[in-house]
Design a protein around this ligand. Sequence first.
Ligand SMILES: *[C@@H]1O[C@H](CO)[C@@H](O)[C@H](O)[C@H]1NC(C)=O
Ligand SMILES: *[C@@H]1O[C@H](CO)[C@@H](O)[C@H](O)[C@H]1NC(C)=O
Ligand SMILES: *[C@@H]1O[C@H](CO)[C@@H](O)[C@H](O)[C@H]1NC(C)=O
Ligand SMILES: *[C@@H]1O[C@H](CO)[C@@H](O)[C@H](O)[C@H]1NC(C)=O
Ligand SMILES: *[C@@H]1O[C@H](CO)[C@@H](O)[C@H](O)[C@H]1NC(C)=O
Length: 322
Amino acid sequence: MWELLSIVTLTTLPQGVNPFYYDPVYYVPQYKEFLEVQSNLTKNLFTDYDPTISPVYTWIDVDQPIGYDSQAPKRWNYTVFLYYLKLVEVQEPEEKVSVVMELMEYWYDARLSCNTSLYQNTTSFYARQDNVWSPTLTVFGVNDIMDFRDQDNRMVAIDNFGFLWDYISVRISANCQMDVSRFPFDTQTCQIRFCLPIFYRVQVEILNEIYEGIMDENIFKTMGNSEWKLINLTNRVEVLKYNDNMGNMDLLNVGLTNIMTMTFILGVMADKIPRTGNIPLLGIYIIINLVIMLIAIAIVTAITELRRWATPKLKMKRSALR
Ligand SMILES: *[C@@H]1O[C@H](CO)[C@@H](O)[C@H](O)[C@H]1NC(C)=O
Ligand SMILES: *[C@@H]1O[C@H](CO)[C@@H](O)[C@H](O)[C@H]1NC(C)=O
Ligand SMILES: *[C@@H]1O[C@H](CO)[C@@H](O)[C@H](O)[C@H]1NC(C)=O
Ligand SMILES: *[C@@H]1O[C@H](CO)[C@@H](O)[C@H](O)[C@H]1NC(C)=O
Ligand SMILES: *[C@@H]1O[C@H](CO)[C@@H](O)[C@H](O)[C@H]1NC(C)=O
C-alpha cells in the first residue's frame, strides 16, 4: 500500500524538479535549494556551449596594430599567476635547472557569463575542465615539462562574468646559461618562458603576475635547496621577434608571439667544481696556495743549504781568531 502511494507521488512530480533523495536530517533546506539552483544554472549555461570552440575573436586583420578596430572587443585576456616555486636541482655541467611551479591560469569566456539575479545571486561554481574550452599554456624552449595533475580530475572555477581559473602544478627542466667564473660564490640567473602558441598578438593579451605573498625573504628561503638559495624572482611579458629585417613578410607576423618570463636568481655555496673550461675562483685559490707552499719549501731548502755552506767557513774564522 505504502509503496504504491510513493510511486504515485513520484509520477505526479512537476517536470524539472530534481528528484534526488532529500532528508532534512542530513541537509539544511538552503543546501537543497542551492543544489537545485546550481543545477539549473549549469544546465542553462552548457546547453548551447561547445567546449571545442574557442572564444578568441578572430575578425581581426593580424597585420594591423593592436586595437585598430574600435568596434572589435579588446584582446582576449589570459593571465598566469605564480603561487610558488621550488628549486629541485641545478646541474651545472649540463646547465640545467629543474623547478616545481604552482601556477594559476585565469581567462575569459563570454559564453559562460550569466545573470546572477536569475539564479539567486550565485556568483561562482565549479565544473570539470573537460566541459569548458581551455587554452594550452606551453613552456617555451625547455627540456622537459611534467604536469602533476590527474588527467581525469581537473577542475575549473567559473564566475558569473565568465572568468575562469584553474590551478596547475608542473615540474619544468629548463636550460639556463651558467657563468661559473665566480664559483663557488656564483650567482646564476635562470629564465622560464611561457607562451600561448598559435594565437596572434593582436588577438590575445598575456598577463603575468607573481603572488605578492611570496615576494618575501623568508619565503624565498624555503624555495631554494641545500646548495642553492633563491635571491630574487621577477616577471615580465615580452614579444618574441627576430632581428632579421623581414618585418614586411607574413612569416615574421607568425613569430610575433607574446611570451611571459619568470626569472629567478640563485646564489650558491657548493662543494664540487663543475667540469667547464674556465678556471673558477676556487681553482685560483688552490693555485695561490700551491705557489705559497712552493715558496716556503724553497726558502727552507735555501736556508739549509746556506748553513751547510757557511758552517765550515765560520769554524775556520773562529780557529784563526784563537
Ligand atoms: C529550476 O528550473 C526549473 C525549470 O525551469 C524550475 O521549475 C525550477 O523552479 C528551478 N529551480 C530553482 C531552484 O530555481
Ligand atoms: C584585459 O586586461 C587588461 C589589463 O588588466 C584590461 O585593461 C582589459 O580591459 C582586459 N580586457 C578584457 C577583455 O577583459
Ligand atoms: C537579470 O534578470 C533580472 C530578473 O529577470 C532582470 O530584471 C534583469 O534586467 C536582468 N539583468 C540583465 C543585465 O539582463
Ligand atoms: C540578491 O542580491 C540583491 C542585491 O544585493 C538582493 O537585493 C537580493 O535579495 C538577493 N537575492 C537573493 C535571493 O539572495
Ligand atoms: C629583485 O629584482 C627587482 C627587479 O630587477 C628589483 O627591483 C628588486 O630590488 C630585486 N630585489 C632584491 C631583493 O634583490
